[in-house]
Write a protein that binds this ligand. Structure first.
Ligand SMILES: C[S@@+](CC[C@H](N)C(=O)[O-])C[C@H]1O[C@@H](n2cnc3c(N)ncnc32)[C@H](O)[C@@H]1O
Length: 238
């Protein structure tokens, strides 16, 4: 039996030009695309980015991501996704799991991989790095993430991050659920921030020194904060 190849492909943050040449090559030759999809999404964002590079007749399977933090439910979803992929690989097909940004950062890919390892030969697995949203965001506003010997801290915006908000160079991801609270805490610490939503998409938004009081209320899930220096030092963009 000849196993197919399994790729985890980072498709970048949204700009159709921010896929690597390698990602494009893999997408072109793949038999089946495994698409992560939450119940809330009409169409997967990763698929929107990748589809123009795939063969018109490419097979598709959706790997459903339950909207829960219940470990057991998540484990089951990853296990059943991995099993569907394993069967295709056993059949000799090439499968690419696509993921936003880079596969190594907060991606379902790593959980799936965990379930697949030991069930398929390691040499049939290849992870194709992608441009992380935080790199695209920093480039978009022409800011360095860190310079010289400075450290850089990347944080998901869950509970208990308050102690880290004084860190010199900070990127806060998944900010949508707690944005007003985080912005208020940053203000207490006299920190300047820029909020970037949907970088590289048609609906991109950039807000310098965002206010904690938000009249619009809703924050896009694809949003992150770059925090640098003190208030007043972040440039105002027209
Ligand atoms: C599950 S993580 C995926 C990160 C991704 N693997 C990466 O390398 O960038 C999702 C978070 O990434 C950030 N993100 C992804 N795409 C983005 C974009 N186009 N603009 C702004 N933030 C984005 C947001 O903070 C979002 O909540």
């Amino acid at each position: 039996m000849t196993w197919g190849r399994f790729y985890g492909v980072g498709v970048g943050p949204g700009d159709p030009q921010l896929l690597t040449l390698k990602a494009v090559e893999v997408l072109r030759k793949t038999d089946v695309i495994a698409i992560p999809k939450s119940k809330l999404e009409r169409e997967s964002v990763a698929w929107e980015i990748a589809k123009g590079h795939c063969r018109p007749d490419v097979g598709q399977i959706e790997i459903e991501l339950p909207m829960t933090s219940e470990r057991e439910v998540l484990e089951q979803a990853w296990e059943s996704g991995a099993e569907r992929i394993r069967r295709l690989l056993a059949d000799g097909q090439t499968v690419a799991f696509i993921t936003l940004g880079d596969p190594s950062l907060y991606s379902t890919y790593t959980y799936l991989l965990d379930k697949l390892k030991g069930k398929i030969p390691e040499e049939r697995i290849e992870t194709v790095p992608g441009i992380m949203a935080l790199a695209a965001a920093a480039a978009r506003v022409n800011l360095p993430l860190a310079e010289g010997d400075e450290p850089l801290l990347i944080l998901p915006s869950g509970e208990g991050i308050e102690d880290y908000l004084g860190f010199p160079n900070l990127v806060l991801m998944k900010v949508s659920r707690r944005l007003p609270e985080i912005l208020a805490r940053l203000k207490d610490k006299d920190r300047a921030a820029v909020l970037l939503s949907r970088v590289g998409h048609d609906t991109e938004r950039i807000e310098w020194n965002p206010e904690a009081q938000r009249p619009d209320g809703k924050i896009d899930y694809l949003s992150l904060l770059i925090v640098k220096g003190a208030v007043g030092r972040a440039e105002e963009e027209n």
